[in-house]
Design a protein around this ligand. Structure first.
Ligand SMILES: *Cc1c(COP(=O)(O)O)cnc(C)c1O
Length: 469
């Protein structure tokens, strides 16, 4: 019989790879075909973070958060004297993150009873909370009225409900009116609040102006998210200012504020946008000028209303990173290289619409081949990236994804895998754990196993081991 030669290295099937990338010019290939490298986050080595806290790992930079907030608020304050800044909880409501924004002077913008409770538990007083959203349960409305939060009504039904609660508890509710409008950006966000062009917003304003138990304080819009159009804000500001004045002339009530919501983009790559974020994303000062110059022009002869903003994404996206590692490699039947990572779409909800930058923790050379990145889920849809040019990566090789600070640590799922730890690199370089990696106990905490189903498993399982008699 033929003796098989003992292999010293595991066999790997040879393959041919069609080289993509630039065409060869007469001086050879273009030399910019390398993958960006990142070996540290806020000066802390990626290897140190992963060794100490595990992989995958979400990392936030306190410096980046504070700098983003300072830059944004300074820009607006330069153009407009009466500003109030809210922090959008749903964008990232980890306590440590919210606490930083509050310390910087932001009030809380919440969109549910859960977020309201979170802000209160963190010590934010009721009067420093803007309560938005299409569903505010009765108990939450009652609490918000009692605690003096500003409630932005989303529908006529909500107005009736607030009237009835406020009269019942003999208190006055602070109320703002959420409106929507055509800003030339489609699809139009017409499902929140009441529409300006159809006259519904004005009808609601008339009702609020004379409703019992209601102090009508302002108008609010939030025209979309990742809005690349500066002009849309200009149109919105103009419509808001005109509505403000129409409310005054019609009802005699001069409101206190105009809330223009959030929606300012981060330097993230929205899929389908051809240009790089550096080119496609306008500077925040362009938005500030568009909004504030419009308000200053329309209110030239009268007192300026307070301008409220509720940014989320713009302030936190670039402060967040995800460290992930290669678990295994394979070659797909179509000859593409594939890597399985320990982080997948369970942690990167936003990867459906945004393509993060993939950086390698260390240079791996410039022989690049097309690669697919899969996540760790036992689900075919768990694809982190479908077509990336990467050098050959070893098992254990770490990648750093960014910007991922907005919406991922709120929209991530507990599905199949534990959700990983989140850390914050402090100003002084110290690294603080701000959310533990999940444990079986944490995940099962809310489950209840009925008594008659306990302890029965041993007798019903039929898949016995050969070694156990
Ligand atoms: C989500 C939300 C925001 C923040 O939006 P970004 O796009 O993250 O800036 C602000 N206001 C309201 C009402 C929201 O629903």
């Amino acid at each position: 019989m033929k003796q098989t030669k003992k292999l010293t290295r595991p066999y790997s099937k040879p393959s041919m790879v069609k080289l993509g990338g630039p065409l060869y010019a007469k001086h050879g290939a273009a030399s910019n075909n390398s993958v960006p490298v990142r070996t540290s986050i806020s000066k802390v080595p990626v290897s140190e973070l992963a060794q100490k806290f595990g992989s995958p790992l979400f990392v936030f930079s306190e410096d980046a958060i504070r700098n983003a907030f300072t830059n944004y608020t300074e820009v607006f304050k330069r153009f407009y004297p009466k500003m109030v800044f809210g922090w959008s909880y749903k964008t990232n409501y980890l306590k440590a993150i919210c606490a930083i924004f509050h310390e910087e002077g932001a009030i809380a913008e919440v969109v549910s009873d859960f977020e309201y409770e979170k802000a209160r538990a963190l010590g934010v007083p009721g009067e420093q909370i803007i309560f938005n959203g299409p569903y505010k349960p009765k108990a939450a409305l009652k609490r918000a009225i009692e605690e003096g939060a500003v409630i932005h009504v989303d529908s006529m039904d909500e107005i009736y409900q607030i009237e009835s609660i406020a009269t019942e508890i003999k208190l006055t509710a602070r109320v703002g009116l959420r409106v929507n409008m055509n800003t030339g950006v489609y699809p139009q966000w017409s499902r929140f609040g009441l529409n300006i062009e159809s006259g519904q917003a004005m009808d609601a304003a008339r009702r609020l102006a004379k409703a019992p138990g209601i102090d009508f304080e302002g108008i609010h819009c939030h025209i979309g998210t990742f809005m690349l159009s500066v002009q849309a804000y200009e149109i919105a500001a103009e419509k808001m200012a005109n509505l403000f004045l129409e409310i005054e002339s019609d009802t005699g009530i001069r409101l206190k504020y105009i809330d223009m919501g959030g929606g300012f983009p981060s330097k993230s790559h929205l899929k389908g946008v051809y240009q790089s974020p550096e080119v496609a994303v306008p500077n925040i000062s362009e938005y500030a000028i568009a909004i504030t110059s419009c308000l200053k022009r329309i209110f030239a002869d009268s007192e300026l209303p307070t301008l409220v903003l509720e940014a989320g994404r713009h302030l936190i996206d670039e402060a967040g990173f995800l460290i992930t590692s290669v678990i295994s490699r394979k070659l797909l039947p179509d000859a593409r290289r594939a890597y399985v990572l320990d982080a997948g779409v369970n942690l990167l909800y936003t990867s459906t619409w945004y393509r993060p930058v993939f950086e390698l923790d260390g240079d791996e050379g410039s022989f690049l081949e097309p690669a697919v990145l899969f996540g760790p889920l036992c689900m075919n849809i768990d694809v982190v990236d479908n077509s990336l040019m990467l050098p050959p990566l070893r098992v254990g090789k770490r990648l750093v994804l960014s910007p991922v600070g907005a919406y991922n640590v709120t929209q991530w799922m507990q599905f199949i895998q534990y959700r990983p730890a989140v850390v914050l690199v402090r100003k002084n370089g110290k690294v603080d754990l701000i959310r533990h990696k999940e444990s079986l106990e944490a995940v099962e905490n809310l489950e209840v196993l009925p008594e008659d189903l306990q302890q029965k498993q041993a007798t019903v399982l039929g898949f016995k081991s050969r070694n156990v008699s």
